[in-house]
Design a binder for this molecule. Sequence first.
Ligand code: AMP
Length: 283
Amino acid sequence: MQVVRRIREMQKISDKLRKEGKRIGLVPTMGYLHEGHVSLVRKAKERSDSVVASIFVNPTQFGPGEDFERYPRDEEGDKAKLDKAGVEFLFIPEAKEMYPPRYQTYIEATEVSKGLCGDFRPGHFRGVATVVAKLFNIVKPHVAVFGEKDYQQLLVIKRMVEDLNFDVEIIPGTLIREEDGIAMSSRNTYLPAAGRKRATVLHRSLEKGKNLFESGERRASALVHAVRKSIESVEGVSVQYVEIRDAETLERVDQVSGPAVIAVAAMVGPVRLIDNITIGGEK
Ligand code: AMP
């Protein structure tokens, strides 16, 4: 695996790969990798000839008071995992080259960024869309894989690609969980043992919502209420939101009549976690 740190060098490599007729698959990450990330690499490998992974803790998607400075890092561990998974190029740009002085261009997918995490992390999806657009211009991928763990992010990227005519196919990657049901996340490392146990309530509650749906409940309000109540039954866990949205468009739904996603965000002590589950059949 070749590590590439400069933008121009990455562009040259991608130009060469394209000239050779290779399909390029991109997996963008912020590092501190786990099995969820590796599953995206596997998916990218199935769909391309050369996989490029990126590690970049993107400053523009963090708000004031968020964890930008203390986001966990393990470059050596990450390299070993990506190399083993068959990544050919690892792109690790520097913030000062990605956002040089006088940088001033941003991308915003307006409607899909509203509600859910958009309400609690103002500017977050603008930062995400912007950095992903930049990565697309640098890596020039044919396909790019994004996890369903960050469901709203996936739909923001899909919207951006469609609206701005990026010639990239966006492939969703299944949400990968730990054995106890917790959605894998680099941020799980912030959880102390007690918090970790409490955090399992998120997935359990989403499953309850799904079961309720499968036993015939179609009213979004009733499903949301049940999930929220279940999460709030655990001390030390406070809900930021529980919402049900259309799985394709992320539009609000009152009655679940097609594929939908139940999405939650909660604070487990000082740690913010998100999770989701899809209901109502295939997306
Ligand atoms: P991150 O490093 O957290 O920015 O995530 C990079 C990519 O990995 C994003 O597309 C995430 O949605 C995806 N990802 C993170 N956690 C998981 C997970 N547990 N299962 C599947 N994909 C994930």
